[in-house]
Design a binder for this molecule. Structure first.
Ligand code: NAD
Length: 476
């Protein structure tokens, strides 16, 4: 039996729990069992966090960049030391395999190391002026940030939300998803143990709409950072607009994968099938619409379905499991609805299409083929272990399908034709494009979308810049 920690909120450096607060039951998605009760914030808790964030911002903006870097580096080291323990907690509350959880700890550590370097390179510039005059441009931290992170990457989402403001010299109030609080607390704890003052970064939990309305109504908060669905993103943008807060919005996607007949099909299958079923497909950059040239369509569907059917599904803590459960009961319900709708409209069910077992939130790796364009799943992000594979005649038709939806987060292409690779890079409406690979994110690369997939980037130098404002100073 692996221990799951006691839950709390971290406000102004203090663990807050108990009282008459409402609580949320955190579930193990592999069993449906209750892991622990999570305390939910009251208005007074949020006001206390806001006051601390205001104080923490004044302190942190004046802290030398080298000290901020030392905290981030120290946290990265602690995360690596604690990777096994933290990884198990993430698997217990989110369901993904332990291998994936451990990798995620590494992603956060690598990002903190990168930001530790970047925060020491936040240069301004001096403009050319006649003698006696001086004009300078400087970058300053935007102010306290309210950050909302979802459950699907219980470690790296909080890592992104905390790392960028801390590097830039901001304070941050994090509300991570109530489904996966212990992972977020573990990331924050590494920062606090590395010397971060408790008023600089805090973690609250609560009824999401109550917390976001309360925090975004406060003039103390100068920036909103949100990762989640487009629907909620749009709602939060409207709340942030009242006070003209800055925003970074990382929203949904519906990842097109263009597979051309000149591609290495075996390699494409070998790499894309595990990428599709990573975290049971609950990934914003998950490949979802496989847009395959008709000449290789049959082979591609057959190879994909065979590989999908061979994936062992089970408890993510079991070492030979390739895919864990879905993270919460809403997701298998959504899969049942979307797959039934597609099949009723004439789609082929190549494998899967059903829940597994009678406990936990398992859904089989599923492959649909020839899905009509008006099926719900062709238009709404599936966010689950379902691959859609459809045939198309040529490059123009494939690009048109890729760009058909209002989303534009990640796109993938498989082709050995260099001229075509350049055309795709130019034509595809996407924030990130991966050609003959699955490597879609890295600490030094901007991560974000266009159109309904949001705006602004996390990671890369862009992640820190998103937490900075520009000031021009003219002296005579
Ligand atoms: P949801 O839209 O209810 O919630 C998505 C996230 O937003 C959750 O973390 C939730 O806690 C948070 N949230 C919800 N209402 C909020 C509010 N008023 N203020 C602040 N935060 C709020 O959906 P869900 O059932 O949790 O997830 C399903 C959908 O969310 C998926 O279909 C997918 O499109 C999207 N999603 C996207 C990502 C991503 O990485 N972009 C991650 C998780 C979920």
């Amino acid at each position: 039996m692996i221990a799951y920690p006691e839950l709390y909120m971290m406000i102004d450096g203090e663990r807050v729990t108990g009282g008459n607060r409402d609580t949320h039951k955190v579930l193990n998605p592999a069993t449906g069992d209750v892991l622990a009760e999570l305390p939910l914030a009251t208005a007074a808790d949020l006001d206390r966090a806001l006051a601390a964030a205001q104080r923490g911002f004044r302190r942190w903006r004046n802290t030398p960049a080298q000290e901020r870097a030392a905290v981030l580096q120290g946290a990265a080291r602690l995360l690596r030391e604690r990777a096994d323990a933290i990884g198990r907690i993430a698997t217990l509350e989110e369901g993904k395999t332990f291998t994936e959880s451990r990798l995620e700890v590494g992603m956060v550590a690598n990002l903190f190391d990168f930001y530790a370097g970047e925060c020491q390179r936040l240069y301004g510039r001096v403009l050319v002026r006649p003698a006696g005059l001086r004009s300078t441009v400087i970058k300053e931290p935007v102010g306290p940030v309210a950050a909302f992170a979802p459950w699907n990457f219980p470690l790296s989402n909080p890592g992104r939300k905390l790392g960028a403001p801390i590097a830039a010299g901001c304070s941050v109030i994090l509300k991570s998803a109530e489904e996966t609080p212990a992972s977020a607390l573990a990331v924050l704890q590494a920062l606090l143990d590395a010397g971060l003052p408790g008023d600089v970064a805090q973690a609250v939990f609560g009824v999401p709409d109550f917390v976001s309305r309360h925090l975004l109504a406060s003039p103390i908060i100068r920036k909103l950072s949100f990762t989640g669905s487009t629907v909620i993103g749009r709602h939060l943008l409207k709340l942030a607009a009242d006070d003209l807060k800055r925003t970074t919005m990382e929203l949904g996607g519906h990842g097109p994968v263009l597979v051309f007949d000149d591609a290495d099909i075996e390699k494409a299958l070998t790499m894309m099938v595990p990428h599709k079923f990573r975290n049971a497909g609950q990934v914003c950059v998950s490949p979802t619409r496989f847009i395959v040239q008709d000449t290789v369509f049959d082979d591609f569907v057959k190879g994909f379905a065979e590989r999908a059917a061979a994936i062992k599904v089970g408890n993510g803590l079991d070492p030979d499991v390739g895919m864990g459960p879905m993270a919460n009961p809403r997701r298998p319900e959504a899969m049942e609805r979307l797959v039934a709708d597609a099949v009723a409209r004439g789609a082929g069910l190549e494998t899967g299409g059903e829940r597994i077992g009678n406990q936990g939130f398992f859904y089989a790796p599923t492959v649909l083929s020839n899905v009509p364009v008006d099926a719900e799943i062709m238009n709404d992000e599936p966010f689950g272990p379902v691959a859609i594979i459809n045939p198309y005649k040529d490059e123009d038709a494939m690009i048109a399908e890729a760009n058909r939806l209002p989303y534009g987060l990640a796109a993938y292409a498989w082709t050995r034709d260099a001229a075509r690779q350049r055309r795709l890079a130019s034509e595809l409406e996407t924030g990130m494009l991966t050609i003959n690979s699955t490597a879609v994110a890295a600490p030094d690369a901007p991560f974000g979308g266009v159109k309904w997939s949001g705006h602004g980037s996390e990671d890369g130098i862009e992640g820190v810049e998103a937490c900075l404002v520009t000031k021009a100073i003219h002296e005579a």
